[in-house]
Design a protein around this ligand. Structure first.
Ligand SMILES: Cc1cc2nc3c(=O)[nH]c(=O)nc-3n(C[C@H](O)[C@H](O)[C@H](O)COP(=O)(O)OP(=O)(O)OC[C@H]3O[C@@H](n4cnc5c(N)ncnc54)[C@H](O)[C@@H]3O)c2cc1C
Ligand code: SF4
Ligand code: SF4
Length: 341
């Protein structure tokens, strides 16, 4: 799903497609500070006059003709091995935090949170683009600048999060070393912004790119309102945790203050997935310095793909300081089917 912006240099087609297929990375809103572009009630809103699509939508990972989520692969650098599905890497391992506070807040093994905390301690980063949520599980993009904020924003949020919208804030506030945590489409959008001469103010800031594995993101209204609240009678505000590992597992706090676990097949929920996710071929954030998921590792452990020297430096430092455990992974997954199930 991509359209040739050059050919359709007419916003009457481009804007509706962007709206319809938006995966909420937040890139176009980040590069266009105009108040006419933004998110309202979870929907992307373009004031027709305020977006110069040829400039701003060139950073869109879904509709950019040359850089849609289907292409291109990042260049392979020295020392990297290339896996057809997982992309180029230096090392693949399983990792898990040793800190109970982190494990309690984190989604799986707390690797992302641990790397961010270590990065701040080592002064490799001074801030991070993360995602918080409100009581109803609506994702909120956040700029974290302290270890406490990194901890506060741990955990996966499954719906539209538009994390890149806070990148401009980081620049405005004078941060120089930014970590960007995001799904593969976010790391592609980040790469597009970085490579564009039109947005050079964004490339001046040093970045650590932490990618998170992603099969599909969900439309908030579809998953949380239509399916969980109306159909399953599970109030979003009563959801304690949502795990996605081959299936979706919802932990609900009941009126008796107990935890009820509900499991749904991803096939059943596919209709609530974002349309723009359909053509996406990047499962493991190939443009990241380090990519984190859980598929392929033991329960409670993350699967960690180290791609660049910067990614290796931060992982080695977290392991050396004792905040992260690392162990060999049995075998990297090599087929799309095995990684999805
Ligand atoms: C939509 C989505 C789909 C996913 N699908 C898979 C999958 O199919 N297979 C798999 O193995 N893993 C998947 N993951 C990744 C997995 O859920 C964990 O995020 C990952 O394993 C990291 O675990 P952790 O314990 O290290 O995370 P934590 O230490 O809890 O850190 C997670 C970090 O990610 C940030 N974050 C949370 N939600 C978002 C978001 N929506 N956008 C950007 N940043 C966010 C948080 O702010 C936090 O800093 C998915 C994640 C998302 C958001
Ligand atoms: S996918 Fe990202 S860049 Fe494209 S329209 Fe949506 S928020 Fe904007
Ligand atoms: S599947 Fe995940 S990475 Fe791909 S476009 Fe959708 S949200 Fe982004």
């Amino acid at each position: 799903m991509y359209i040739d912006i050059e050919k359709h240099a007419d916003s009457r087609l481009v804007k509706p497609v962007a709206r319809e297929c938006c995966v909420y990375c937040g890139a176009c809103v980040c590069v266009n500070p105009s108040p006419g572009v933004g998110f309202k009630d979870g929907e992307l809103v373009f004031d027709e006059e305020s977006i110069m699509f040829d400039k701003d939508l060139q950073v869109c990972p879904v509709i950019n003709a040359n850089h849609s989520t289907t292409y291109p692969k990042p260049p392979v650098t020295e020392g990297q091995t290339v896996d057809e599905l997982l992309g180029p890497y230096l090392e693949i391992c399983s990792t898990r935090s040793t800190d109970e506070t982190v494990l309690k807040k984190a989604q799986i093994g707390g690797t992302v949170t641990s790397l961010l905390l270590q990065g701040m301690k080592d002064e490799v980063i001074d801030s991070a683009l993360l995602v918080d949520k409100d009581k109803g599980w609506i994702g909120k993009p956040r700029l974290a600048a302290t270890p406490q904020e990194i901890l506060d924003f741990a955990g996966t949020k499954l719906s539209e999060a538009s994390v890149l919208t806070c990148w401009r804030d980081a620049i405005k506030k004078g941060y120089k070393k930014l970590a960007i945590v995001g799904m593969p489409c976010v790391t592609i959008a980040e790469h597009l912004i970085d490579g564009s001469p039109d947005f050079s103010e964004f490339s001046d800031i040093h970045k650590l790119k932490i990618g998170i594995f992603c099969m599909e993101a969900f439309n908030y209204r579809g998953l949380f309102t239509e399916f969980l609240k109306d159909n399953q009678k599970i109030k979003p505000s009563n959801i304690q945790k949502i795990d996605v590992k081959g299936k979706m597992i919802i932990h609900e706090i009941t009126v008796e203050d107990k935890i009820a676990v509900h499991t749904y097949s991803l096939k059943e929920l596919h209709k609530y997935g974002l349309l723009g996710c359909l053509p996406c071929h990047d499962y493991a954030a190939e443009y990241a310095d380090i990519s984190i998921g859980s598929v392929g590792s033991d329960d409670g452990w993350n699967t960690t793909i180290v791609r660049t020297e910067l990614g290796k430096k931060i992982l080695d430092s977290a392991v050396a300081s004792g905040i992260l455990l690392k162990k060999r992974i049995k075998r990297p997954r090599t087929s799309k089917k095995s990684i999805c199930t």
